[in-house]
Design a protein around this ligand. Structure first.
Ligand code: ADP
Length: 396
């Protein structure tokens, strides 16, 4: 089967066409600045150069139309006609408490997703627009929704409830949901597979360290806790997000700076994290460079980042009463040896020992810990698109 995987943002659309039998990516690309002047399509067929085109994309339907044209283009395309697309898998950010797994997208399901919009006001409406655009252009092709939150729905109430009046949970569904679920699911399953073990027999901690970052505790195959909350702002220090802070800071800064709570929220999401702390960049490559050149604030930022990760890992060891595997994934987790080393330095109490040479590896599946390490530490590159394609095939 050929599955088109779509990840729709408010002004962007990422896509991959995947052959589900070989799990090969036939083509991938990105539409940027949808609805804004200067919209752009970047299309990359497998084994060929990227093609960049400035195209007029007033809305997402136009963007999907250009993607379909690129896929079927006689020169740079990879399929002869749209009939070759057997199914479409969509990444959907928030499924609230309604979705604990992937679903075939019907009118009824779309209505239920719309009801989750207020939990992810920037993301879910964009996801829905992507789905509706595909329905318009390919009404016969089955579509599947894969939710970022679904894998975390197994969290028990003691993990997902905040210590605030219960009525806010009852009235507004204010609770912890967690995100990056597709990645946490994929990486924990793959880690077990690499070790030749069943995930159902293991206690796994997945550290998804990308621009957005979250950690999950996967106990015998089920997620029992994760670091992101009602929104992706909670938890680790991220590229531009603060992660955990004292909630009173919002009011304090609003008072001092004469701005609204909403504006502080934007600062916490977009101008904080390692970017805000270091005053250099949200990109860990820039931070590593600055730190190596002796920039003290860059060094402190990396230390604060690693320390937060180590504290979360410690809390999940407590939550699961032990841990067998710690897996690093996503941009920083897969590629940044220095950060991994800084984090692993905290794991002496777990009996973790790392082989320094193996830790130099980038973007590859590898076991970093020594054979006699009490806990297996590994790098498992994530592949959310492939996970979405697999879910899609399983459902259609
Ligand atoms: P997103 O959450 O946007 O998907 P990614 O998972 O792509 O983010 O992670 C982005 C981060 O990964 C950036 O901070 C970047 O510095 C880091 N990263 C990506 N590639 C490398 C690399 N080769 N070496 C070091 N860091 C890298």
């Amino acid at each position: 089967m050929k599955v088109l995987v779509i990840n729709c943002g408010s002004s962007s659309l990422k896509y991959q066409l995947i052959d589900s039998e070989t799990e090969e990516v036939l083509a991938k690309g990105l539409c940027e600045r949808i609805g804004i002047e200067g919209s752009m399509l970047t299309h990359q067929p497998a084994g060929m150069d990227k093609i960049k085109k400035e195209l007029d994309m007033p809305d997402h339907t136009a963007a999907v139309q250009f993607v379909l044209e690129a896929l079927t283009d006689p020169e740079s395309g990879c399929i002869a006609s749209l009939d070759e697309i057997d199914a479409i898998g969509h990444r959907i950010v928030h499924g609230g408490e309604k979705f604990s797994g992937s679903v075939i997208l019907t009118d009824e399901v779309l209505e239920a997703i719309t009801e989750c919009n207020e939990l992810a006001p920037l993301h879910n409406p964009a996801n829905l627009i992507g789905i509706r655009s595909c329905s318009k252009l390919m009404p016969e092709v089955p579509q599947v929704g894969v939710f970022d939150t679904a894998f975390h729905q197994t969290m028990p109430a003691k993990a997902y409830l905040y210590g605030i009046p219960y009525e806010y949970y009852e009235k507004y569904k204010v609770r912890r949901y967690g995100f990056h679920g597709t990645s946490h699911d994929f990486v924990s399953a793959r880690a077990a597979e690499i070790l030749g073990r069943s995930r159902d027999d293991l206690k796994i901690i997945v550290c998804h360290l990308g621009n957005g970052a979250s950690i999950s505790a996967v106990d015998h195959g089920k997620c029992v806790d994760t670091s992101m909350g009602l929104t992706p702002l909670e938890g680790l220090i991220m590229g531009t997000r603060s992660g955990d802070i004292d909630p009173a800071i919002v009011d304090f800064i609003a008072d001092k700076e004469g701005c609204t709570a909403k504006e502080v929220n934007t600062i916490l999401n977009k101008k904080s994290g390692v970017l805000g702390l270091s005053r250099i960049s949200s990109d860990f490559r820039d931070l590593a460079k600055a730190s190596a050149e002796g920039n003290e604030l860059a060094k402190t930022t990396l230390e604060a980042y690693a320390y937060r990760v180590a504290k979360y890992v410690g809390s999940y060891v407590a939550a699961m009463n032990g841990v067998d595997v710690i897996a690093f994934t996503a941009g920083v987790g897969e590629n940044n040896a220095e950060v991994r080393e800084m984090i692993c330095r905290y794991f002496g109490y777990l009996g973790v020992t790392i082989e320094e040479e193996k830790n130099q590896v980038r973007g590859e599946e590898i076991i970093l810990s020594t054979p006699d390490s009490a806990v297996t530490v590994m790098v498992v590159p994530t592949n959310e698109e492939l996970a979405i394609a697999r879910e899609t095939v399983a459902l259609v």
